[in-house]
Design a binder for this molecule. Structure first.
Ligand SMILES: [Zn+2]
Ligand SMILES: [Zn+2]
Length: 262
């Protein structure tokens, strides 16, 4: 399959100059966030989340609650109703998506296409105990098969050390299917529970640099506390020398164009 071309062109020899002349980081959006509908730990409503995004000066916020296979996750009726939710709250542009579960090696998801087609975007992730970690080959296949679903926009926290993957194969498939791999701030946080993911995140970030393919930072905030917080993701990207122009979170417009281009 032909790999799509992207508008971002980077001169690799310029990375250092670009980074050193960059203004203080300002991010415009976060699309991996969870409300009370995800069923664990948070009592935040969508409006609470919008308030937190406005307080962080975000222009856009995406709500991505867990799919129904997660214990206490969103019901199908919740995701269907998102089509009628307000497109703007407290001056923040709202996107409504889901963090669906990859439920088997064939890449099947826990929400049907008839639900996914009305969402703004879809993050597909592997979570225990919904799916048991397989071998590197099996996990890579499961992610790649999920990417073949045309509604899948992002692969969530594929830095998880419990689900080893072949990052080169995964990245090539992401480019072919026009899917983003996220750098999940909560994985990299000292409170993270996916093992020491830094090496895996650096592999992904180096591939982004090498192929000049954009990357997405995600807070994975459960509740309002970490909305728009990309502290650790940004540190990893800096270490890998990722140019600012490849980090989609600097521009809500760039992310919306990415979605439109799919
Ligand atoms: Zn997740
Ligand atoms: Zn999540």
């Amino acid at each position: 399959m032909e790999i799509k071309q992207h508008t971002v062109n980077i001169c690799h020899s310029c990375h250092t100059a670009e980074l050193s002349s960059a203004p203080a980081e300002r991010y415009e959006f976060d699309i991996h966030t969870h409300t009370i509908a995800s069923g664990h730990g948070s009592s935040a409503t969508i409006t609470d989340m919008a308030k937190a995004a406005a307080a962080k000066n975000l222009k856009m916020l995406g709500i991505s609650d867990h799919g129904p296979a997660t214990l206490g996750g969103g019901r199908v009726s919740y995701f269907r109703n998102l089509a009628y939710a307000q497109k703007e709250r407290l001056g923040v542009r709202m996107l409504y998506g889901a963090e669906v579960n990859i439920i088997d090696r064939e890449g099947h998801l826990d929400l049907d296409d008839s639900v996914l087609e009305y969402l703004d975007y879809v993050i597909a992730s592997m979570h225990q105990p919904v799916i048991k970690p397989g071998t590197e080959d099996e996990n890579t296949e499961a992610y790649i098969n999920a990417m073949k679903n045309p509604y899948v926009t992002v692969i969530g926290h594929c830095d998880d050390t419990k689900f080893p993957v072949d990052y080169f194969r995964l990245f090539k498939a992401a480019m072919e299917h026009h899917v983003l791999l996220e750098i999940n701030n909560s994985s990299l946080s000292p409170e993270g529970y996916r093992g020491d993911t830094k090496f895996n995140d650096l592999l992904i970030l180096n591939l982004c640099c090498h192929f000049s393919y954009p990357v997405l930072f995600s807070s994975d905030s459960h509740g309002t506390k970490h909305v728009g917080d990309f502290t650790y993701a940004a540190d990893a990207a800096k270490l890998a020398g990722v140019p600012r122009s490849l980090i989609l979170n600097h521009s809500a417009k760039a992310f919306l164009s990415f979605l439109d281009g799919r």
